[in-house]
Write a new protein. Structure first.
Ligand code: NI
Lengths: 208, 208
């Protein structure tokens, strides 16, 4: 597998783009410097998720940015995505790995060092750790402190990405923990100028 | 693939079993003569669907009854189910077949002869046709008449299963169209004596 740049990892939420076209917003985000994209659809039918994933894969391809599918291994297989992201309520990692093989990325959401180490031992390619800050996107998410994030980063060998309420105001302190990157949702997709928002974050990450 | 007996095809709905244990109800239904079982979970997380499917597969195995998974190809793969049932809002049949291969059953829901013939041409193993009668389970389903069902049965070569509001009151007239079997939900799972309900339906089907 090619080297993955986790530094600015966009997780989608179609509800956030408001009146704008979802696919155009994703194109702008990629043009602005998003390095990895996770397509997340919790309400769509399988047919709809599949159609959306095909379109998003085409857009990612234009920018040579890998596409990760959230939760749905069947959709990841159906569009031959670059990987799958699973949470603690999704398919077990061992099952997902058995079906996807070693050539696909599998990321795992974790909130504690124990969960992170278990995921690493089970073969996760990267970890999504959070929520770092309060967020409207996943209001039930457990809070993870910067020191907990640092402890996880120091105690696993795989890339760690922080998620949850990360934006221009806090990306520098989060990146200061030495992690591989940050996952953002509304800090890019809910902004008026999506491309400029991605560029600004990317610049802050590079100089962090 | 072994010959499939479509005659009494149970589609699950955990909400219907009321205060009884879901798995025990399924065991009773299988003991009563259910010949094929489709596990349908529209609200469960992937992790939950997977855990339920593992248990149901074990129960089906005791009765040598094939297990079909509704909609979720990833769950079908994860538990090595015998097949997948897809509706018009699920993954396209061609995509599902490409991922599942020829050794797994794929059934397709259809409401018109055109949909039925398209599914057959695309390689469906069987068709689920309905809704035949009003049902509380899928209130938005289009109604299919007995004459439409008969026309579909006569114009496709693959097995046809009727679904939607079928029970002891109408199973004989439905089977009279010459189809391979009936799909039932509440006529088995919502009954006080699940095993007796399955036995009664099975008897009516055999003598139809
Ligand atoms: Ni075969």
């Amino acid at each position: 597998m090619k080297d993955i740049d986790y530094s600015l990892y966009l997780v989608t939420d179609r509800r956030l783009v408001g009146g704008k076209d979802f696919y155009q917003s994703l194109g702008e985000a990629l043009a602005g410097g998003v390095t990895l994209l996770q397509l997340r659809e919790k309400e769509a039918s399988s047919a709809e998720f599949y159609r959306i994933a095909l379109k998003v894969k085409e857009i990612c391809g234009r920018y040579d940015v890998p596409l990760i599918i959230n939760d749905r291994l069947d959709i990841a297989l159906a569009v031959d995505a670059d990987g799958l992201h699973i949470g603690q309520q999704d398919l077990p990692l061992s099952v997902a790995r058995g079906l996807l093989g070693r050539d696909k990325l599998i990321g795992v959401s974790a909130t504690t060092l124990a969960e992170a180490q278990l995921a690493e031992a089970d073969g996760a390619d990267y970890l999504g750790i959070g929520a770092m800050y309060p967020t409207g996107t996943k209001s039930d998410a457990r809070a993870v402190s910067l020191s907990e994030l640092t402890a996880i980063r120091k105690n696993v060998a795989i890339p760690v990405v922080a998620i949850g309420g990360i934006g221009t105001a806090n990306v520098t302190e989060v990146m200061g923990t030495g992690i591989a990157g940050v996952s953002v949702v509304s800090a890019i997709l809910a902004q008026d100028d999506v491309r400029a928002a991605a560029q600004h974050l990317r610049q802050l990450i590079i100089t962090a």
